[in-house]
Design a protein around this ligand. Structure first.
Ligand code: DCP
Ligand code: CA
Ligand code: CA
Length: 370
Protein backbone atom coordinates (compact mmCIF):
# COMPACT_ATOMS: atom_id res chain seq x y z
CA UNK A 1 0.00 0.00 0.00
CA UNK A 2 1.07 3.59 -0.66
CA UNK A 3 2.03 5.53 2.42
CA UNK A 4 -0.60 8.20 2.87
CA UNK A 5 -0.22 11.78 1.74
CA UNK A 6 -0.60 14.43 4.44
CA UNK A 7 -2.65 17.44 3.35
CA UNK A 8 -3.55 20.49 5.40
CA UNK A 9 -6.40 22.81 4.52
CA UNK A 10 -6.56 26.27 6.09
CA UNK A 11 -9.68 28.43 6.04
CA UNK A 12 -9.66 31.83 7.71
CA UNK A 13 -12.53 32.42 10.16
CA UNK A 14 -15.33 34.90 9.26
CA UNK A 15 -12.67 36.47 7.14
CA UNK A 16 -13.79 39.92 5.98
CA UNK A 17 -15.45 40.62 9.33
CA UNK A 18 -12.41 39.43 11.25
CA UNK A 19 -10.18 41.77 9.24
CA UNK A 20 -12.47 44.62 10.27
CA UNK A 21 -12.28 43.57 13.93
CA UNK A 22 -8.53 43.47 13.67
CA UNK A 23 -8.42 47.05 12.41
CA UNK A 24 -10.91 48.23 15.00
CA UNK A 25 -11.00 46.11 18.18
CA UNK A 26 -14.01 48.00 19.58
CA UNK A 27 -16.05 45.99 17.08
CA UNK A 28 -15.16 42.72 18.77
CA UNK A 29 -18.08 42.45 21.14
CA UNK A 30 -20.86 43.40 18.81
CA UNK A 31 -22.45 42.08 15.65
CA UNK A 32 -20.34 43.01 12.62
CA UNK A 33 -21.79 42.82 9.12
CA UNK A 34 -19.65 43.47 6.04
CA UNK A 35 -21.73 44.74 3.14
CA UNK A 36 -21.50 45.51 -0.52
CA UNK A 37 -23.68 48.57 -1.00
CA UNK A 38 -25.03 48.65 -4.50
CA UNK A 39 -25.23 52.41 -4.27
CA UNK A 40 -28.75 52.73 -5.61
CA UNK A 41 -30.25 53.69 -2.29
CA UNK A 42 -28.97 53.83 1.28
CA UNK A 43 -29.41 50.21 2.28
CA UNK A 44 -29.61 48.37 -1.02
CA UNK A 45 -27.01 45.69 -1.45
CA UNK A 46 -25.98 42.38 0.08
CA UNK A 47 -24.08 40.98 3.03
CA UNK A 48 -20.67 39.43 2.22
CA UNK A 49 -20.15 37.93 5.64
CA UNK A 50 -20.77 38.56 9.33
CA UNK A 51 -18.99 37.78 12.57
CA UNK A 52 -20.28 34.93 14.72
CA UNK A 53 -22.25 37.22 17.03
CA UNK A 54 -24.27 38.50 14.06
CA UNK A 55 -24.68 34.96 12.73
CA UNK A 56 -26.50 33.98 15.92
CA UNK A 57 -29.27 36.31 14.77
CA UNK A 58 -29.46 34.68 11.35
CA UNK A 59 -27.30 37.15 9.46
CA UNK A 60 -25.21 35.41 6.79
CA UNK A 61 -23.52 35.88 3.42
CA UNK A 62 -25.81 36.71 0.54
CA UNK A 63 -28.83 38.13 2.37
CA UNK A 64 -29.98 41.68 1.64
CA UNK A 65 -28.59 44.37 3.94
CA UNK A 66 -32.12 45.46 4.79
CA UNK A 67 -32.94 42.00 6.09
CA UNK A 68 -29.76 41.93 8.17
CA UNK A 69 -30.66 45.31 9.66
CA UNK A 70 -34.08 44.01 10.63
CA UNK A 71 -32.58 40.98 12.31
CA UNK A 72 -30.15 43.12 14.29
CA UNK A 73 -32.63 45.86 15.11
CA UNK A 74 -32.11 47.33 18.62
CA UNK A 75 -28.63 45.84 18.83
CA UNK A 76 -25.48 47.92 18.62
CA UNK A 77 -24.45 46.34 15.32
CA UNK A 78 -21.79 47.63 12.91
CA UNK A 79 -22.60 47.63 9.20
CA UNK A 80 -19.42 48.24 7.23
CA UNK A 81 -18.71 48.64 3.53
CA UNK A 82 -16.35 45.96 2.18
CA UNK A 83 -12.72 47.07 2.10
CA UNK A 84 -11.19 44.68 -0.41
CA UNK A 85 -7.78 46.33 -0.31
CA UNK A 86 -7.53 45.38 3.34
CA UNK A 87 -8.76 41.78 2.86
CA UNK A 88 -6.41 41.20 -0.05
CA UNK A 89 -3.43 42.54 1.83
CA UNK A 90 -4.15 40.39 4.89
CA UNK A 91 -4.82 37.38 2.67
CA UNK A 92 -1.53 37.77 0.83
CA UNK A 93 0.40 38.01 4.07
CA UNK A 94 -1.20 34.87 5.50
CA UNK A 95 -0.71 33.03 2.21
CA UNK A 96 3.01 33.73 2.30
CA UNK A 97 3.20 32.27 5.80
CA UNK A 98 1.40 29.14 4.60
CA UNK A 99 3.57 28.90 1.49
CA UNK A 100 6.63 28.88 3.72
CA UNK A 101 5.53 25.59 5.30
CA UNK A 102 4.42 23.77 2.17
CA UNK A 103 6.01 21.11 -0.01
CA UNK A 104 3.27 22.15 -2.41
CA UNK A 105 0.90 25.08 -2.04
CA UNK A 106 -2.46 25.79 -3.69
CA UNK A 107 -4.53 28.86 -2.92
CA UNK A 108 -8.30 28.54 -3.29
CA UNK A 109 -9.84 31.98 -3.31
CA UNK A 110 -9.11 34.76 -0.87
CA UNK A 111 -9.35 32.89 2.42
CA UNK A 112 -8.32 29.29 1.96
CA UNK A 113 -5.44 27.14 0.79
CA UNK A 114 -4.22 23.58 0.65
CA UNK A 115 -0.69 22.67 1.62
CA UNK A 116 0.86 19.30 0.98
CA UNK A 117 3.23 18.52 3.85
CA UNK A 118 3.84 14.83 3.17
CA UNK A 119 7.58 15.15 2.76
CA UNK A 120 8.36 17.50 5.58
CA UNK A 121 6.28 15.45 8.05
CA UNK A 122 7.61 12.17 6.65
CA UNK A 123 3.99 11.12 6.26
CA UNK A 124 3.34 11.31 9.99
CA UNK A 125 0.05 12.82 11.04
CA UNK A 126 1.17 13.66 14.55
CA UNK A 127 3.99 15.77 13.12
CA UNK A 128 1.49 17.44 10.81
CA UNK A 129 -0.64 18.33 13.82
CA UNK A 130 2.27 20.02 15.53
CA UNK A 131 3.13 21.82 12.33
CA UNK A 132 -0.47 22.97 11.86
CA UNK A 133 -0.57 24.34 15.42
CA UNK A 134 2.67 26.16 14.81
CA UNK A 135 1.34 27.75 11.63
CA UNK A 136 -1.95 28.73 13.31
CA UNK A 137 -0.05 30.42 16.10
CA UNK A 138 2.25 32.22 13.69
CA UNK A 139 -0.70 33.54 11.69
CA UNK A 140 -2.36 34.75 14.88
CA UNK A 141 0.79 36.40 16.17
CA UNK A 142 1.89 38.01 12.93
CA UNK A 143 -1.44 38.85 11.33
CA UNK A 144 -3.83 38.74 14.30
CA UNK A 145 -6.24 36.52 12.40
CA UNK A 146 -7.56 33.11 13.43
CA UNK A 147 -7.77 30.35 10.86
CA UNK A 148 -9.22 26.87 11.16
CA UNK A 149 -7.19 23.92 9.93
CA UNK A 150 -8.05 20.45 8.75
CA UNK A 151 -5.59 17.62 8.24
CA UNK A 152 -6.34 14.59 6.13
CA UNK A 153 -4.94 12.06 3.66
CA UNK A 154 -6.35 14.07 0.73
CA UNK A 155 -7.82 17.46 -0.19
CA UNK A 156 -11.42 16.34 0.16
CA UNK A 157 -11.04 15.14 3.74
CA UNK A 158 -8.74 18.01 4.78
CA UNK A 159 -11.24 20.60 3.55
CA UNK A 160 -14.22 19.06 5.28
CA UNK A 161 -12.15 18.66 8.45
CA UNK A 162 -11.19 22.36 8.43
CA UNK A 163 -14.86 23.31 8.56
CA UNK A 164 -15.73 21.09 11.52
CA UNK A 165 -14.51 23.24 14.39
CA UNK A 166 -14.59 26.97 14.02
CA UNK A 167 -13.17 29.40 14.94
CA UNK A 168 -9.49 28.59 15.48
CA UNK A 169 -10.16 24.87 15.22
CA UNK A 170 -7.84 22.06 14.27
CA UNK A 171 -9.37 18.78 13.13
CA UNK A 172 -7.24 15.84 12.16
CA UNK A 173 -8.58 12.81 10.31
CA UNK A 174 -6.10 9.98 9.91
CA UNK A 175 -6.49 7.56 7.00
CA UNK A 176 -8.06 4.89 9.21
CA UNK A 177 -10.56 7.43 10.57
CA UNK A 178 -11.84 8.70 7.24
CA UNK A 179 -14.85 6.42 7.04
CA UNK A 180 -16.15 7.02 10.55
CA UNK A 181 -15.51 10.75 10.14
CA UNK A 182 -17.51 11.08 6.92
CA UNK A 183 -20.41 8.67 7.49
CA UNK A 184 -22.57 10.84 9.80
CA UNK A 185 -22.04 14.16 7.97
CA UNK A 186 -24.75 15.70 5.77
CA UNK A 187 -24.09 15.23 2.03
CA UNK A 188 -23.81 18.94 1.38
CA UNK A 189 -20.46 18.92 3.19
CA UNK A 190 -19.01 17.36 0.04
CA UNK A 191 -17.46 19.74 -2.47
CA UNK A 192 -19.82 19.99 -5.43
CA UNK A 193 -22.97 19.10 -3.51
CA UNK A 194 -24.90 22.34 -3.28
CA UNK A 195 -28.46 22.96 -2.16
CA UNK A 196 -30.00 21.72 -5.42
CA UNK A 197 -28.05 18.46 -5.56
CA UNK A 198 -28.69 17.89 -1.87
CA UNK A 199 -32.44 18.19 -2.48
CA UNK A 200 -32.29 15.68 -5.33
CA UNK A 201 -30.29 13.32 -3.13
CA UNK A 202 -32.76 13.67 -0.32
CA UNK A 203 -35.52 12.58 -2.71
CA UNK A 204 -33.44 9.45 -3.28
CA UNK A 205 -33.29 8.91 0.48
CA UNK A 206 -29.71 10.15 0.78
CA UNK A 207 -29.16 12.50 3.69
CA UNK A 208 -25.73 11.69 5.02
CA UNK A 209 -22.42 10.93 3.35
CA UNK A 210 -22.84 7.40 4.74
CA UNK A 211 -26.18 7.08 2.89
CA UNK A 212 -24.43 8.20 -0.28
CA UNK A 213 -21.56 5.76 0.18
CA UNK A 214 -24.01 2.86 0.48
CA UNK A 215 -26.21 4.00 -2.40
CA UNK A 216 -26.14 1.88 -5.53
CA UNK A 217 -23.57 3.29 -7.95
CA UNK A 218 -25.60 2.30 -11.02
CA UNK A 219 -28.60 4.28 -9.78
CA UNK A 220 -26.41 7.23 -8.93
CA UNK A 221 -24.96 7.26 -12.44
CA UNK A 222 -28.46 7.00 -13.90
CA UNK A 223 -29.55 10.07 -11.95
CA UNK A 224 -26.43 12.28 -12.21
CA UNK A 225 -24.57 10.95 -15.24
CA UNK A 226 -21.38 8.92 -15.26
CA UNK A 227 -18.90 11.64 -14.36
CA UNK A 228 -20.79 13.14 -11.43
CA UNK A 229 -22.22 9.82 -10.27
CA UNK A 230 -18.78 8.26 -9.95
CA UNK A 231 -17.40 11.46 -8.42
CA UNK A 232 -20.11 11.54 -5.72
CA UNK A 233 -19.64 7.85 -5.00
CA UNK A 234 -15.88 8.18 -4.57
CA UNK A 235 -16.19 11.36 -2.54
CA UNK A 236 -18.58 9.67 -0.13
CA UNK A 237 -15.97 6.96 0.36
CA UNK A 238 -13.36 9.63 1.06
CA UNK A 239 -11.49 8.87 -2.14
CA UNK A 240 -9.75 11.85 -3.77
CA UNK A 241 -6.55 11.44 -5.74
CA UNK A 242 -6.28 15.05 -6.89
CA UNK A 243 -2.96 16.62 -6.01
CA UNK A 244 -2.20 19.97 -4.48
CA UNK A 245 -1.50 22.03 -7.59
CA UNK A 246 1.23 24.57 -7.45
CA UNK A 247 0.04 27.43 -9.59
CA UNK A 248 2.44 29.25 -11.82
CA UNK A 249 3.95 32.52 -10.80
CA UNK A 250 1.61 35.40 -10.16
CA UNK A 251 1.15 37.44 -13.30
CA UNK A 252 1.15 40.75 -11.56
CA UNK A 253 1.00 42.40 -8.17
CA UNK A 254 -1.10 45.50 -7.88
CA UNK A 255 -2.52 47.78 -5.26
CA UNK A 256 -5.24 50.33 -5.67
CA UNK A 257 -6.36 52.70 -2.97
CA UNK A 258 -8.99 55.35 -2.53
CA UNK A 259 -7.48 58.71 -1.67
CA UNK A 260 -8.59 60.31 1.58
CA UNK A 261 -9.97 63.15 -0.46
CA UNK A 262 -10.15 63.75 -4.20
CA UNK A 263 -7.10 65.67 -5.32
CA UNK A 264 -4.99 66.77 -8.26
CA UNK A 265 -2.01 67.59 -6.06
CA UNK A 266 0.95 65.69 -7.50
CA UNK A 267 2.80 65.60 -4.17
CA UNK A 268 -0.16 64.09 -2.32
CA UNK A 269 -0.74 61.51 -5.01
CA UNK A 270 2.93 60.59 -5.06
CA UNK A 271 3.04 60.18 -1.27
CA UNK A 272 0.31 57.59 -1.49
CA UNK A 273 1.83 55.98 -4.57
CA UNK A 274 5.16 55.56 -2.78
CA UNK A 275 3.45 53.80 0.09
CA UNK A 276 2.00 51.37 -2.44
CA UNK A 277 5.44 50.91 -3.98
CA UNK A 278 7.06 50.03 -0.68
CA UNK A 279 4.30 47.56 0.13
CA UNK A 280 4.43 45.91 -3.28
CA UNK A 281 8.18 45.80 -3.32
CA UNK A 282 8.19 43.89 -0.02
CA UNK A 283 5.67 41.52 -1.52
CA UNK A 284 7.76 40.91 -4.65
CA UNK A 285 10.84 40.38 -2.48
CA UNK A 286 9.03 37.84 -0.34
CA UNK A 287 8.09 35.92 -3.47
CA UNK A 288 11.55 36.32 -4.93
CA UNK A 289 10.24 38.03 -8.04
CA UNK A 290 11.86 40.57 -10.32
CA UNK A 291 9.60 42.70 -12.46
CA UNK A 292 10.00 44.06 -15.93
CA UNK A 293 7.06 46.42 -16.15
CA UNK A 294 5.36 49.04 -14.01
CA UNK A 295 1.91 50.57 -14.52
CA UNK A 296 0.10 53.32 -12.72
CA UNK A 297 -3.65 53.93 -12.55
CA UNK A 298 -5.92 56.76 -11.67
CA UNK A 299 -9.68 56.77 -11.36
CA UNK A 300 -11.03 60.30 -11.62
CA UNK A 301 -14.07 61.95 -10.09
CA UNK A 302 -16.21 61.02 -13.06
CA UNK A 303 -15.13 57.38 -12.45
CA UNK A 304 -13.16 57.26 -15.69
CA UNK A 305 -10.04 55.09 -15.38
CA UNK A 306 -6.65 55.89 -16.90
CA UNK A 307 -3.30 54.17 -16.90
CA UNK A 308 0.25 54.46 -18.17
CA UNK A 309 2.95 51.80 -18.19
CA UNK A 310 6.57 51.25 -18.89
CA UNK A 311 8.57 48.11 -19.64
CA UNK A 312 12.29 47.80 -18.91
CA UNK A 313 14.97 46.05 -20.92
CA UNK A 314 15.92 43.82 -18.01
CA UNK A 315 13.98 42.77 -14.92
CA UNK A 316 14.70 44.52 -11.65
CA UNK A 317 13.84 44.31 -7.97
CA UNK A 318 15.12 47.78 -7.14
CA UNK A 319 12.78 49.90 -5.01
CA UNK A 320 14.35 53.11 -6.31
CA UNK A 321 13.67 52.10 -9.90
CA UNK A 322 10.09 51.32 -8.93
CA UNK A 323 9.62 54.68 -7.23
CA UNK A 324 11.28 56.64 -10.02
CA UNK A 325 9.19 54.93 -12.66
CA UNK A 326 6.02 55.43 -10.66
CA UNK A 327 6.84 59.12 -10.34
CA UNK A 328 7.56 59.48 -14.02
CA UNK A 329 4.39 57.64 -15.04
CA UNK A 330 2.15 59.63 -12.70
CA UNK A 331 3.69 62.82 -13.95
CA UNK A 332 2.88 61.86 -17.51
CA UNK A 333 -0.59 60.64 -16.64
CA UNK A 334 -1.51 63.70 -14.61
CA UNK A 335 -0.15 66.12 -17.17
CA UNK A 336 -2.19 64.48 -19.84
CA UNK A 337 -5.52 64.01 -18.09
CA UNK A 338 -5.87 66.07 -14.95
CA UNK A 339 -7.15 69.24 -16.53
CA UNK A 340 -10.32 69.69 -14.62
CA UNK A 341 -11.04 66.58 -12.64
CA UNK A 342 -9.42 65.35 -9.47
CA UNK A 343 -8.26 61.80 -8.81
CA UNK A 344 -10.37 59.57 -6.56
CA UNK A 345 -8.41 56.34 -6.61
CA UNK A 346 -4.84 55.56 -7.61
CA UNK A 347 -2.92 52.36 -8.10
CA UNK A 348 0.38 50.85 -9.10
CA UNK A 349 1.04 47.48 -10.71
CA UNK A 350 4.22 45.52 -11.34
CA UNK A 351 4.23 42.67 -13.82
CA UNK A 352 6.24 40.58 -16.26
CA UNK A 353 7.92 38.65 -13.51
CA UNK A 354 10.95 36.46 -13.54
CA UNK A 355 12.41 34.72 -10.52
CA UNK A 356 15.87 35.75 -9.46
CA UNK A 357 17.37 32.60 -10.93
CA UNK A 358 15.85 33.30 -14.31
CA UNK A 359 17.18 36.81 -14.20
CA UNK A 360 20.64 35.49 -13.49
CA UNK A 361 20.23 33.18 -16.40
CA UNK A 362 19.18 35.93 -18.75
CA UNK A 363 22.06 38.10 -17.70
CA UNK A 364 24.63 35.34 -18.19
CA UNK A 365 23.17 34.44 -21.54
CA UNK A 366 23.47 38.05 -22.54
CA UNK A 367 27.10 38.22 -21.41
CA UNK A 368 27.97 35.02 -23.22
CA UNK A 369 26.47 36.21 -26.45
CA UNK A 370 28.40 39.45 -26.53
N1 DCP B 1 -17.85 35.99 0.69
C1 DCP B 1 -18.63 36.83 -0.07
N2 DCP B 1 -19.87 36.43 -0.49
C2 DCP B 1 -20.33 35.19 -0.17
C3 DCP B 1 -19.54 34.31 0.59
C4 DCP B 1 -18.29 34.75 1.02
O1 DCP B 1 -18.22 37.96 -0.37
N3 DCP B 1 -21.55 34.80 -0.58
C5 DCP B 1 -16.54 36.47 1.17
C6 DCP B 1 -16.65 36.99 2.58
C7 DCP B 1 -16.00 35.95 3.44
C8 DCP B 1 -14.99 35.32 2.49
O2 DCP B 1 -15.56 35.43 1.19
O3 DCP B 1 -15.39 36.51 4.58
C9 DCP B 1 -14.71 33.86 2.81
O4 DCP B 1 -15.88 33.09 2.71
P1 DCP B 1 -16.20 31.87 3.67
O5 DCP B 1 -17.28 31.09 3.04
O6 DCP B 1 -14.95 31.13 4.02
O7 DCP B 1 -16.83 32.54 4.96
P2 DCP B 1 -16.19 33.31 6.18
O8 DCP B 1 -14.70 33.27 6.15
O9 DCP B 1 -16.78 34.66 6.25
O10 DCP B 1 -16.73 32.50 7.42
P3 DCP B 1 -16.28 31.09 8.02
O11 DCP B 1 -15.74 31.42 9.38
O12 DCP B 1 -17.51 30.29 8.10
O13 DCP B 1 -15.24 30.51 7.11
CA1 CA C 1 -13.51 31.36 5.89
CA1 CA D 1 -13.53 29.90 2.62
Amino acid sequence: MHPSRVIIHADFDYFYAQCEERENPTLKNKPVVVCIYSGRSGDSGAVTTANYIARKYGVKAGIPIIRAKRKLKDLDAAFLPANFELYERVSENIMSILRGYADKFEQMGIDEAFIDVTQRTEGEFEKAKQLAQKIQTEILEKERITASFGIGPNKLVAKIAAGRQKPYGLTMVKPEEVESFLVPLPVDELIGVGKKTATVMEELGIKTIGDLARFDLGKLVKRFGKLLGVYFHNSALGIDESSVQERGMAESISRILTLKEDTKDFGKILDEAYKICIDMHARAKALNLNFKSVSVYAVLQDMSAHSRSKTFETPTDDIEVLKETTKELFQRLLNEILEELKARRIGVKIANFTTEKQTQKQITEYVNKT
